[in-house]
Design a protein around this ligand. Structure first.
Ligand SMILES: [Cu+2]
Length: 97
């Protein structure tokens, strides 16, 4: 298993569900946990079945930005409370602000 952490923008518990669901849709994904305060996801995956870039692409398909890939037009379909600021800091140390 390969462990990886990277920034993902989002606001709330609904975002958490959507982000983790998107990550888990990737074949070979074993575990996904998004932290709402840190704006960061921790994933474990089978490196023989997928790779980091596939996960970076799967999450934006549900509308959420990652460090490397911007969320696509699905963003506009997100519930209002989930339409995060595109300037939001990602991969934070944990202080809320
Ligand atoms: Cu949300």
């Amino acid at each position: 298993m390969t462990d990886l952490s990277f920034g993902v923008r989002g606001n709330c518990g609904m975002c958490k569900n959507a982000i983790e669901k998107a990550a888990n849709s990737v074949d070979g994904l074993a575990r996904a946990n998004w932290n709402v305060d840190k704006k960061k996801i921790d994933v474990s995956f089978d490196g023989t079945k997928t790779d980091a870039m596939s996960i970076h692409k799967a999450i934006p398909a549900s509308g959420y930005d990652t460090e490397n890939v911007e969320g696509n037009e699905a963003y506009s379909s997100l519930p209002g409370c989930c339409q995060y600021e595109h300037e939001m800091m990602q991969n934070q140390s944990g202080e809320t602000n």
